[in-house]
Design a protein around this ligand. Structure first.
Ligand code: AHM
Ligand code: MG
Length: 334
């Protein structure tokens, strides 16, 4: 029988044998992993848990909150509040940051998350997930303010996502490759199932919400026109398209078999900077994708190099197989 390694064991090995992560970070990641198990459980109950449908509220970006968005946010806040590893948290579902209350010990990390990504898929039983990013709090900081979170993605010390799909998986990087853990539902444990995930540099698969095509800028239109032209077009090969409308699920497919994911800026409002948020969607995914040998840009620069200006800042995203990301990025520069 193959020897099974749990998330705890994997992290202890990273800490003890390779001296790659401090014990505080290991414990923090384990708490996030535990929270994701609870979210997976809530998601899995569906109609039986009376967790489907709208919560009757809006988040800071004016989006309707689903009950499970709110429940997942609370699970993450509660799980991480008292552990002593964090100075503060920020979430897609909260207007501003959540410093650790004074009744609990404080730690040196900052945690950001999108508690339940792919909200439009919740009620229709399509894969959804949690995305998270961990930063070090600035030296000497006592109580964090919003600006302490505004660090470029290169400063992330860990990032990951969980997908609540046919299987529940947790994909994680601490800057030493990308590893995937599957939730053993009987044991309640995360088990290492893929080590060192690698994204092939070339692909024949792309992902974009084509219903926005009329708003696209010329570089995106050119790239998509060329792949749609197939084997007789300039690319000389046929491409397949997939769009799940859950970034976690689209990125997970790309980590497993390659592909390029695009959520571009477009000509709306008057210059829509894309839909996805830099701090808790694009940055953690860019860190993971780069660690797996892929690339991630906003069409102009590497996502991880962007200096954030606002907590809920939006950003255009092109990520996945390196050669395709480089191609679509180069079209923006012509
Ligand atoms: P959410 O965080 O409100 O769920 O929005 C993010 C999601 C991504 O998971 C996905 O890639 C995108 O929105 C889908 O957008 P669209 O509705 O345009 O297909
Ligand atoms: Mg999201």
């Amino acid at each position: 029988m193959t020897k099974r390694i749990s998330l705890t064991q994997h992290l202890i090995e990273q800490q003890r044998l390779h001296n790659k992560i401090p014990s505080e970070l290991r414990l923090l990641i384990e708490v996030v992993g535990r929270a994701c198990k609870s979210i997976s459980h809530a998601v899995g109950k569906g109609a039986l848990g009376e967790v489907l449908g709208s919560a009757g509220s809006e988040n800071v970006q004016g989006e309707v909150q689903k009950k499970l968005d709110v429940i997942s946010n609370e699970i993450l806040l509660e799980a991480n509040e008292w552990g002593g590893h964090l100075a503060g948290m920020a979430s897609e579902e909260m207007e501003t940051i959540h410093p650790i209350p004074n009744r609990y010990p404080k730690g040196e990390y900052l945690l950001m998350f999108d508690p339940l990504d792919g909200s439009s898929n919740i009620d229709v039983n399509v894969s959804i997930g949690t995305i998270f990013s961990v930063l070090k709090a600035p030296d000497g900081m006592t109580t964090p303010s919003e600006k302490d979170f505004l660090q470029p993605g290169t400063k992330q010390v860990a990032a990951g996502y969980a997908v609540y799909g046919p299987q529940t998986v947790l994909v994680l990087t601490t800057g030493d490759g990308v590893h995937c853990f599957t939730l053993d539902r009987e044991m309640g444990a995360w088990v290492l199932t893929q080590r060192d995930m690698q994204i092939p540099a070339d692909t024949k698969e792309f992902a974009i919400n084509a219903s926005n095509a009329r708003h696209w800028y010329p570089p995106v239109k050119r790239y998509v026109d060329e792949v749609l032209a197939g084997s007789t077009g300039p690319r000389g090969k046929d491409f397949n398209m997939r769009w799940i409308a859950s970034m976690v699920a689209d990125v997970h497919r790309i980590l497993n078999r390659g592909g390029v994911f695009m959520y571009p800026a477009d000509a709306r409002e008057p210059d829509k900077a894309g839909k996805l948020r830099l701090m808790y969607e694009a940055n953690p995914m860019a860190f993971i994708v780069e660690q797996a040998g892929g690339a991630a840009t906003n069409g102009d620069q590497r996502i991880l190099d962007i200096q954030p200006e606002k907590l809920h800042q939006r950003v255009a995203v092109f990520l996945g197989s390196k050669n395709e990301v480089e191609r679509v990025t180069s079209y923006h520069k012509e």
